[in-house]
Design a binder for this molecule. Structure first.
Ligand code: KIV
Ligand code: NA
Length: 270
């Protein structure tokens, strides 16, 4: 199968083929996910929660993401590898460049992801013009948890929705090759995707985006959040049919491709 890269992601968007994405942190799962047809794999700073067992992502370091990327990267034949720039690792232009260098050279990532709106445009442009593909993560930004106080749905009123639409436009103009929307009303996910010149991946952003991403441990029903009974609305357990892990991941990919996931029960309707 064709190797996934930035232009293949664009082609999929144009062709209306949904992009199936999942987080991954080690070699064993990388092999399975690549084989199961996951288009894009993210070494997310969610590892602070599902691997390290913390309550937030803010303690995660560039070394942590580089280490897990290095575990994953050699095992991908087809999937596109994205790595998260962790908390404050892109606070200045120089830090953003150094951090991205490590994630790409040590980690083997093909794209970096950072959280933030238009205020990050200069960082996105600085990286992008130097050949670093960037994904901009909008909506709920877990690295802002200490400012927000809690994780909650974003962009609910029209003013906030318009701000986010503007952020998306500015970031794409600055050179972002991909947008990721977390925890926003489905209608806003649709509006941002329609207006966007680049592919848009959602997590809790409704059905009308170009692709979906979930945290691996959530779909396997083993993440601390799920175990402790705090399952986010958009999470679906793919282990319910009693199948093995590879089947669960294949079923997730198939449901993203067919549009069966997300169902209305996984979306924030307003
Ligand atoms: O860190 C992560 O896993 C993420 C996804 C939830 C999008 O950023
Ligand atoms: Na993340």
């Amino acid at each position: 199968a064709k190797t996934v890269n930035v232009s293949e992601l664009r082609r999929m968007r144009e062709a209306g083929e949904k992009i199936a994405c999942l987080t991954c942190y080690d070699a064993s799962f990388a092999l399975i996910q690549d084989r199961a047809g996951v288009d894009m794999i993210l070494v997310g700073d969610s590892l602070g929660m599902v691997i390290h067992g913390g309550n937030t992502t803010t303690p995660v370091t560039v070394a942590d993401i580089a280490y897990h990327s290095r575990c994953v990267a050699p095992h991908l034949k087809r999937s596109f590898l994205v790595a998260d720039l962790p908390f404050l690792s892109y606070a200045t232009l120089e830090r953003a460049l150094d951090s991205s260098l490590r994630l790409m050279q040590e980690g083997g990532a093909k794209m970096v992801k950072l959280e933030g709106g238009r205020e990050q445009a200069s960082i996105v442009e600085y990286l992008s013009v130097r050949g670093v593909p960037v994904c901009a993560h909008l909506g709920l930004r877990p690295q802002f948890v200490h400012k927000m106080g809690a994780f909650k749905v974003q962009g609910r009123d029209e003013a906030a929705a318009e701000e986010m639409l503007h952020d998306a436009e500015v970031l794409a103009k600055a050179g972002a090759d991909l947008l990721l929307l977390e925890c926003i009303p489905a209608e806003l996910g649709r509006r941002i995707t329609e207006a966007s010149p680049v592919p848009v991946i959602g997590i809790g952003a409704g059905h009308d985006v170009d692709g979906q991403i979930l945290v691996l441990h959530d779909i396997l029903n083993i993440s601390p959040m799920v175990t402790l009974g705090r399952k986010p609305r958009f999470v679906k357990n793919y282990m319910t049919d009693g199948a093995d892990i590879e089947t669960a991941i294949r079923n997730y990919v198939a449901e993203v491709k067919s549009g069966a996931y997300p169902a209305p029960e996984h979306c924030f309707l307003k």
